[in-house]
Design a protein around this ligand. Sequence first.
Ligand SMILES: C[S@@+](CC[C@H](N)C(=O)[O-])C[C@H]1O[C@@H](n2cnc3c(N)ncnc32)[C@H](O)[C@@H]1O
Length: 246
Amino acid sequence: MSEKLNLIEHISSKQKKQGYVTQMFETIAPRYDFITVFLSYGMDGGWKRKLIDMLSPKGNELALDLACGTGDITFSLGERLPAGKAFGLDITQGMLILAEEKRREKNAANVFFHRADIMTMPFADASFDCVTCGYALRNVPDVELALAEINRVLKPGGRFLSLDFAHPKNRIYRWLYLNYLIVVGSLTGILLHGDADVYRYIPESLKRYPGQHGVEDLMKRTGFSQTGCIEFGGGIMAINYGTKPQ
Ligand SMILES: C[S@@+](CC[C@H](N)C(=O)[O-])C[C@H]1O[C@@H](n2cnc3c(N)ncnc32)[C@H](O)[C@@H]1O
């Protein structure tokens, strides 16, 4: 069994964060699908459908889904691109094993999974028509570097959409939301894994995340145009979007 890493020490450091994040996702991988539905009160599927609708994949496009986990968004992209291809990328082996199992069950011939780091992707410049992220950017050690890498692998005119937890504008609502996540996350972590930190990671990573407007600023800085974001539930979730200029 690997040593338990300290949550705050690790996620506060660009050098140490990835080690913590990867170890945590290896731990929760077998329960990931259940916990995503449970903690979102079943709303996760609707947010992901909205992301795919906004992306509007078509024809023979090549789509890349980053931090694909067990492949929810990747499979939806594959279904919407019968003449195209959908690639899922993730750093956690446990997640990709489950995604591969689903791929075989679904016989999804146009879906492919790769193990790699978003920060250093094994793809040539201008490889993809569109890139998606589902709860990805909050997990990387350096959001700006990740966005620059996403911009690099997109074709000119390519679209990028990212769904993640967000920062409600109202400060009282934001405080209540973060504390709600701390209490529910800690209890769920103790019940399922005997470790409060496993899901307390969500509010702690959210505190250190630039949020939907910070991400939009970073997208502009890394070369995206036509940027914007839509929010759900008064700003508890958001989809950021943008395009790589032609
Ligand atoms: C919350 S899960 C999201 C899974 C899926 N996108 C979804 O929406 O259900 C976050 C995923 O990010 C992956 N991840 C974290 N850091 C990563 C990195 N640097 N490169 C690639 N994947 C990463 C984790 O392994 C995990 O599967």
